[in-house]
Each structure stands twice: as structure tokens, then as C-alpha cells.
Write a protein that binds this ligand. Structure first.
Ligand code: NDP
Ligand code: HSE
Length: 436
């Protein structure tokens, strides 16, 4: 006997890599999804820019339209997979004000206009679902928002950009050059033709803002996220890290800390040294992983595909089922709780360990001078390794200094003093060490 379900009208905005897979799975698993959602999810229309553009999956032509507006007012659930800020923002606000629940994978939109969307949803008792917006197929939004709602997240260390992980991983495993691997990443479709958003850390910063907002119950605007990309990471740096037992990863770091006696958070994206026995070190290729440290739960690791049309469609369909259940049940929509409203520290107030690599003159007193500058700058040395640079006519040595936890501001000033000290020939690199 088939169950008669209430019918919910579902509109899809966008049928590209992700949207076309969502449409196909929704049509293919219609009956199963109805049983799970407790409602018949009827795809009423799919808005695209060009009806005749080739698609990854077969979508009935009669569902395609270039006119999104009529879909926004007559639907119970609107799924936005167009990307970009406009018209996605206006369409979602319009859908919410008409009482629809919305599902989106648009990290750029959420990281810049999330609070306005959540506010609009609150006003009408609707909900905004966005599991696909950070780390693609990996369930991380709901664990942070729901499963860990009773705990206190202390820190998130996350690999949330597949393109940069692919590049760094191949540089580590094969000793390959940055430019060669980037070209491969573009050929394989991981990186865009213009890979700036990936390699300069913009994509990871958007995801860090989303994760930190949820983890710390604080609205984290994108411009409060410190961002550095991987363009200055070269083969010698990767090789030196490998020899020292580390791997270089582009990390999103979101952490709670006490600053001047008050609770605050730090949110940043940058390349970092990760010990080879840390779970994040074994995240290879274009995969993503989110390592969460919570006060009661301890360490948790979420791992999997951070991108890909069909993989990401899984997260979108999970959201669709949740949205349908909520739409039927009514009540308060799922949004964000930002009541903690913790201050967000500038990068200068971040604390971590550092590895400083210097080329110095190899003569008496140099090590003592370097140690003195570090001590004056409140940077405590944990390890020092000196090697003679073979065949160097100037008799120079390479110093690799590992520090204890230091304040970023102190570290920056200290490195400047080292650079102008007269005993340091070259500051080779300064890298943050995370996850120790
Ligand atoms: P695509 O560029 O592949 O697809 C975008 C779709 O939106 C296309 O079908 C396009 O139409 C349609 N579209 C764009 N602008 C308009 C408009 N003004 N009116 C109507 N339709 C429009 O994007 P993706 O599928 O890759 O990504 C979709 C969203 O999901 C983005 O926010 C992205 O950040 C996010 N996301 C993507 C992941 C991935 O692996 N691709 C992973 C996680 C999140 P047409 O086809 O006619 O050009
Ligand atoms: N460009 C992104 C990445 C796609 O490389 O991870 C998923 O957001």
C-alpha cells in the first residue's frame, strides 16, 4: 500500500555541477525521499541561464526555465545552487519572505550575507539549510549546530579547500613544483581557470567564517578572517618540512582563547606545519577534513569529499529532507545561534607555535645574538637545529628554530628585529605550527 503524503513544491535555482545532480537524484529517488521526508517532494521548476546549455544529467526540458521569479513565490522549499552573490541573495530573501524554507550551498553568499538571510528567515519562522556550504559532502554543519550544541568547541583545524590540498599533497609526495601541480589541478577540473579563490585562501576563508560562526555562536564576518594563501609555498620549503617530520597544509583555524582575561575567538586561514602523525596529515588529494576539539567530546574528525557534483548533492538532499520535515512540523526554523557574540581577535592577538628558518653567518656569538633577540621579544625557544650550508663560500649556516606558543604580534616584531640584526643573512621562512 502506498502512503498518501502531503505535496511540497520544490524549486531548484541552478543546474550546474551540483544542481544537475540534485535534480537527477530527486527525480530518481522520489518515493524513497517521500518516505523519509514524510512529504512528496515535487520538483516544480529548475531555473538556469541557458535552457539549451549541455547538462551533466537529463532534466525534463519542461522543468527548465530562465525565469526564476515565479518559482520563488509558489514554492514550499527553494534550493539555490547558482553561486555568486546576486541574484542569489535577492532570490533567497524573496523566497524566505514568501514563507519558503531554503537550502543553499553558496558559501560566498553565506559568508557575506548570512546574518541578513537568517534574520529574514526568523521573521517568518522559516529556515536556512546549508550543509553543502562548507566541506561539500562532509556532514559538519549539522554536527556543529545540533550534535555539539550542548558542548563547548575549543578549536577547529580544517582542510576545507580540495584544490590546495591536492597541490600541497602532490608537492609533498612527489617533490613536484607548485606551478606544475597547479596546471594539473586545472586540467583535472579541481581548480578553476582562474584559481585565485582557491590558492589565495578566499574559498577557505568563507568556509572558516561559516564554521566559526556555528562553533562559537558568534556572527563571524568574512573580513574578520585572517587569510594567507599557498602561492609562496615552494618545493624547498615542503622538503624541509618533510625532513623535519611535518607536512604543509592550508588550514582553517578557528579557536576559542582567553585574551587579556576575556574570552575571545581567532579565525584564520594560512599554510601551517602539521606533524606527520596528526590525523590531518593523512588527508590526501582533493579530500577535506575537519578536526574538532570540544571540551566534553574531545577530538572528533570529519573526513571525505569536499567538492564534486554528486557528492555535494548528497548534502543538499539531506538538507532538503530536513527542510521538508520542518516545513510540515512548523515551529521555529533552524538558523544560527549567535548569542555568545564573542569578540574576534585581530591576527596580532593569535597565539601558536612557530618554526623560523634563518640563514646566518657562521661565526662566534651569532647564536647568542639570535637567542637574545628572541628572548627580548618574549618568544621562547623550544628547539634549535643548525646545519652548515655545504659549499657556501660565505661560511653561512641554516638555523631552524621551533618556538613555544607565542603571540603573533611579538613573533612578527621579533622576526623583523632578527632580519635587521646584522647576523641574519636571510629569513628563509616563518611558518605557524598547528595541532601539536
Ligand atoms: P555551476 O557554475 O556549475 O552551476 C551554476 C548553475 O546556476 C548553472 O546551471 C547556471 O545556469 C545557473 N545560474 C547561474 N546564474 C544564474 C541566474 N542568474 N539565473 C538562473 N540560473 C543561473 O556551479 P556549481 O554547481 O559548481 O556550484 C553551485 C553552488 O554550490 C555554488 O554556490 C558553489 O559554491 C556551491 N558548491 C559547489 C561545489 C562543487 O563541487 N561544485 C561544492 C560545494 C559547494 P546555466 O547552466 O544555464 O549556465
Ligand atoms: N574550489 C573548491 C575546492 C570547491 O577546491 O575545495 C568546493 O568548495
Amino acid at each position: 500500500m502506498t502512503t498518501e503524503y502531503r505535496r511540497l513544491r520544490v524549486a531548484l535555482l541552478g543546474a550546474g555541477s551540483v544542481g544537475s545532480q540534485v535534480a537527477a537524484l530527486l527525480l530518481q529517488h522520489e518515493a524513497e525521499l517521500a518516505d523519509r521526508a514524510g512529504a512528496h517532494l515535487e520538483l516544480v521548476g529548475v531555473a538556469v541561464r541557458d535552457i539549451d546549455a549541455p547538462r551533466d544529467t537529463d532534466i525534463p526540458r519542461e522543468l527548465l526555465t530562465t525565469d526564476a521569479e515565479p518559482l520563488l513565490v509558489g514554492s514550499d522549499i527553494v534550493i539555490e545552487l547558482m553561486g555568486g552573490i546576486e541574484p542569489a541573495r535577492s532570490y533567497l530573501l524573496q523566497a524566505l519572505s514568501a514563507g519558503a524554507d531554503v537550502v543553499t550551498g553558496n558559501k560566498a553568499l553565506l559568508a557575506t550575507h548570512g546574518p541578513a538571510l537568517f534574520e529574514a528567515a526568523d521573521q517568518v519562522g522559516a529556515s536556512v539549510h546549508y550543509e553543502a556550504a562548507a566541506a561539500g559532502a562532509i556532514p559538519i554543519i549539522r554536527p556543529l549546530r545540533d550534535s555539539l550544541a550542548g558542548d563547548r568547541v575549543q578549536r577547529i583545524l580544517a582542510i576545507v579547500n580540495g584544490t590546495t590540498n591536492y597541490i600541497l599533497d602532490r608537492m609533498d609526495l612527489e617533490g613536484a613544483d607548485y606551478a606544475d601541480v597547479l596546471a594539473d589541478a586545472q586540467r583535472l577540473g579541481y581548480a578553476e581557470a582562474d584559481p585565485t579563490a582557491d590558492v589565495e585562501g578566499y574559498d577557505a576563508a568563507q568556509k572558516a567564517a561559516i564554521l566559526a560562526s556555528l562553533a562559537f555562536h558568534t556572527a563571524v564576518p568574512l573580513d574578520a578572517v585572517h587569510r594567507e594563501g599557498i602561492t609562496s609555498v615552494d618545493a624547498p620549503l615542503i622538503e624541509a618540512a618533510r625532513k623535519a617530520g611535518y607536512v604543509v597544509k592550508l588550514l582553517a583555524v578557528c579557536e576559542r582563547r582567553t585574551d587579556d582575561g576575556r574570552e575571545a575567538i581567532s579565525v584564520r586561514v594560512h599554510p601551517a606545519l602539521v606533524r606527520r602523525d596528526h590525523p590531518l596529515a593523512s588527508v590526501h588529494g582533493a579530500n577535506n577534513a575537519v578536526f574538532v576539539q570540544a571540551e566534553a567530546a574531545g577530538d572528533l574528525m570529519f573526513y571525505g569529499a569536499g567538492a564534486g557534483g554528486v557528492q555535494t548533492a548528497s548534502a543538499v538532499l539531506g538538507d532538503l529532507v530536513s527542510a521538508a520535515r520542518r516545513h510540515i512540523a512548523g515551529g521555529i526554523g533552524v538558523g544560527e545561534s549567535t548569542r555568545a557574540n564573542l569578540p574576534i581577535l585581530p591576527i596580532g592577538r593569535a597565539t601558536t607555535r612557530y618554526q623560523i628558518t634563518l640563514e646566518v653567518d657562521d661565526r662566534p656569538g651569532v647564536l647568542a645574538t639570535v637567542a637574545g633577540i628572541l628572548a627580548d621579544g618574549r618568544v621562547s625557544i623550544a628547539t634549535v637545529e643548525q646545519t652548515i650550508i655545504p659549499g657556501d663560500e660565505q661560511a653561512r649556516a641554516r638555523l631552524v628554530i621551533g618556538t613555544h606558543t607565542a603571540l603573533e604580534q611579538d613573533l612578527g616584531e621579533t622576526v623583523q628585529r632578527l632580519a635587521s640584526s646584522g647576523v641574519v643573512y636571510r629569513v628563509v621562512s616563518v611558518l605557524r605550527m598547528e595541532g601539536d
